[in-house]
Design a protein around this ligand. Structure first.
Ligand SMILES: *Cc1c(COP(=O)(O)O)cnc(C)c1O
Length: 439
């Protein structure tokens, strides 16, 4: 086998997801009902999410079988995904380190998000839901859920932040092609939307408002459930297919990773990529270092406080204990829109707090420089979110050059940047805000 591209056959794809809750060194603090501040009840959760997903949210089984229908859908969207060696990047950096990246950019939707969108659509279908409703900012999550719903014959309604709806017509078109209804938020379909429009008819929208509209819509109908693309434990669980494949691929390559790196928005791609090995590290101590990477303009893990906070602005979702910048924190409109969430997943926050996960942050310009270098050396234009992981991998490889260590550095390429070219255009024209304080 070529050492540049490590592939798995379809029958080598893992048949179950790995659940970190089985190996956590401490119990997760329970989610709270935002109104009562008491631990959320099953009914609180079932009002929003289908029962199979609520079960997974609190499961402590180490492995959960991937249903055949989901397994087949994974094959259809490009799984198992390749693991590549970044040989040309290594040569450019003149580093003794060996750098590998897991290619989650290869799915049609352009990111890792279909791994959970497909699973969520499947479980909603078997639990009797007729449709799913969600929010989307730039459109990555909305696109993935529209794809998932189209595969399992569910209706899909996406509240898309008004500015993105106007600025990113490509994503909107993709969602509609998959059969989703895309509604600019704020809309006059919900009380939350009508209130916002009454105050300002030209409201540009926000993720917080779109979440309120989506949750309000699902709560109004028993057949329509709400769906989240990150942060929750069942979302992280579905994403562990990434890490399990990576473990199998590294074994094939006869490599032991020294450092695993991923970008962190709500934490789903990083956790999905890292948890299978991190769980083993908790059990046996495998010596691997795990690094989550975030923007300096939304520094949840590096600068946030570890405490209970609301998951959304309107307070529909359960409160969870996490690293948070405050639920009313409004990050600057950086191009890595997927990294602008104010908090992080519970298990990831706990593991960071206990010292199992390290975190670093980078300014916008440094990540675009890394993304451009990656495009020129490896030939793949990364999503601005993924460029955060690339920047950290490059920095670790440069450290190896200084110390002479031949470390094995593996990062998750969470998505491609072909629908983010406006950001790259600004970068090339020297018009990008270096800190990420404006777009
Ligand atoms: C949504 C997204 C992210 C951030 O979300 P996580 O839940 O932290 O993974 C990162 N990369 C890409 C390409 C995304 O679409």
């Amino acid at each position: 086998m070529s050492e540049l591209k490590i592939l798995l056959d379809e029958d080598e794809m893992p048949r179950s997801w790995y659940n970190i809750q089985s190996d956590l060194p401490a119990k997760l603090p329970p989610p709270l009902n935002p109104r009562t501040q008491e631990p959320a009840t099953l009914d609180d959760m079932l009002a929003l999410f289908s029962s199979s997903l609520v079960k997974q949210e609190v499961s402590t089984s180490r492995y959960i079988d991937i249903p055949d229908e989901v397994f087949e859908a994974y094959l259809r969207v490009g799984r198992p995904t390749p693991l590549y060696r970044a040989k040309r990047l290594e040569d450019y950096l003149k580093t003794p380190a060996r750098i590998y990246y897991k290619r989650e950019d290869v799915s049609f939707a352009g990111s890792h998000k279909p791994n959970t969108a497909i699973a969520q659509a499947y479980y909603n279908k078997i639990d009797g839901s007729e449709g799913l409703v969600t929010e989307t900012g730039a459109g990555q999550w909305g696109t993935a859920l529209a794809l998932g719903c189209s595969m399992f014959d569910l209706s899909c309604k996406v509240f898309m932040v008004r500015v993105s709806y106007d600025q990113k017509p490509g994503r909107k078109t993709l969602m509609r092609l998959y059969g989703a209804e895309v509604i600019p938020s704020p809309s006059n379909l919900t009380e939350s939307g009508r209130q916002a429009l009454a105050k300002s008819p030209d409201h540009p929208g926000s993720l917080g408002l779109a979440i309120s509209e989506a949750a309000e819509t699902s709560l109004a109908s028993a057949q329509t459930k709400y769906s989240l693309g990150s942060v929750l434990e069942h979302v992280l669980l579905h994403q562990t297919i990434i890490g399990e494949e990576t473990v199998a691929q590294l074994k094939k390559a006869e490599e032991n990773p020294d450092i695993m790196i991923g970008c962190v928005g709500g934490g789903s791609n990083f956790s999905g990529f890292a948890y299978p090995l991190l769980g083993e590290h908790i059990r046996n101590g495998n010596g691997t270092q795990f690094i989550g990477v975030e923007p300096t303009s939304c520094p949840t893990l590096t600068k946030g406080e570890y405490k209970y906070d609301l998951g959304d602005v309107a307070g529909f979702a359960p409160m969870i204990k996490m690293y948070t910048l405050g639920h009313d924190f409004v990050p600057s409109p950086i191009h890595a829109g997927g990294l602008r969430y104010h908090g992080d997943a519970q298990s990831l926050s706990l593991l960071k707090n206990l010292g199992y996960v390290d975190a670093v942050s980078y300014k916008q310009l440094a990540t675009f420089e890394a993304g451009a270098l990656f495009t020129q050396t490896e030939g793949i234009c990364p999503a601005p979110e993924s460029s955060h992981a690339i920047k950290a991998a490059i920095d670790e490889a440069i450290k190896c050059k200084q110390t002479g260590e031949a470390k094995v550095i593996v990062f998750n390429l969470s998505g491609h940047g072909l629908l983010d070219l406006a950001g790259y255009e600004k970068f090339l024209d020297n018009e990008l805000n270096g800190n990420g304080n404006s777009s």
